[in-house]
Design a protein around this ligand. Structure first.
Ligand SMILES: Nc1ncnc2c1ncn2[C@@H]1O[C@H](COP(=O)(O)OP(=O)(O)OP(=O)(O)O)[C@@H](O)[C@H]1O
Length: 251
């Protein structure tokens, strides 16, 4: 796996067999460290969800891992092949769907690549559509196809289902779970939704104070059942760590 390194490489950070290796990462804005001496490793093919209160630095961390923000201290090692999808699909309205999927790829990529990726997200019939004719869920799937067309070893998802209605969201979650199992890439999913995190991830991280404050492995078989008491227990524990009281959970 070809690796990108941002920041100085410390002797300890020789290319370990990890999809992500972060050592002592700090990102400050106006003298305030939003990410503060953070350490993080993701194994190849591991699905990790990242939770945390609003403003705790999740998106900042994701942008650094995506290589969109390099104004950092510490060391970040990530695969060269990365795909990113954000809450807003960020499609270019003047380009047809297939061209949006190929956006930013080097050289002159074949249209067939976009068609394949769109097929994979269930949008084979929308290849020629204009973005404005897509539903919110479809636009989000185009954005996923754009991430997949890069054959990523690491998929970075920043609340990709945040703006979707409940039913579309459930379908999108299922799709991401299937894509992950088929592709075998590592995934880091930033979400506010504890249930979504426990449903999809091998490991759930809670960020607080600019660091990973808690880590929870989810060792339940897939597909996971919301009604499984073990699921409910993990969910309740994570909600508690996010400051949601048992009374509020029951409401
Ligand atoms: N470019 C920037 N300039 C100044 N401050 C910033 C910048 N980007 C982020 N911040 C600040 O960093 C903090 C963390 O922001 P970030 O978006 O990473 O949080 P988050 O955990 O993703 O929040 P949310 O869950 O609400 O999306 C916030 O206080 C935010 O205002």
């Amino acid at each position: 796996m070809a690796t990108d390194v941002h920041g100085p490489v410390s002797p300890a950070a020789t290319p370990v067999a990890q999809a992500v290796h972060v050592e002592g990462l700090t990102r400050a804005f106006d003298g305030r460290a939003v990410v503060d001496d953070l350490h993080l490793d993701l194994a190849p093919g591991e699905f990790v969800a990242l939770l945390g209160r609003s403003g705790c630095g999740k998106s900042t961390l994701l942008r650094v891992l995506a290589g969109l923000d390099r104004d950092i201290d510490g060391t970040v090692m990530v695969p060269r092949r990365r795909g990113v999808a954000f809450q807003a699909p960020r499609l270019m309205p003047w380009k047809r769907v297939w061209r949006n999927v190929l956006l930013g790829l080097p050289g002159k990529p074949e249209r067939a690549l976009a068609e394949q990726a769109l097929e994979e997200v269930g949008l084979g019939h929308r290849v020629n559509a204009w973005p404005k004719t897509l539903s919110g869920g479809e636009a989000q799937r185009v954005s996923l196809a754009r991430a997949l067309v890069r054959e990523p070893d690491l998929l970075l998802l920043d609340e990709p289902f945040g703006a979707l209605d409940a039913l579309t969201r459930i379908n999108a979650q299922r799709l991401v779970g299937e894509l992950w199992q088929r592709r075998g890439c590592a995934v880091l999913l930033v979400t506010h939704d504890v249930e979504e995190a426990v449903l999809l991830a091998d490991r759930v991280l809670v960020m607080d104070g600019g660091r990973i404050a808690h880590e929870q492995r989810v060792e339940l078989d897939r597909p996971r059942e919301l009604t499984d008491p073990r699921f409910a227990a993990i969910r309740a524990d994570l909600l508690g760590r996010l400051g949601v009281t048992p009374a509020a959970q029951a409401a």
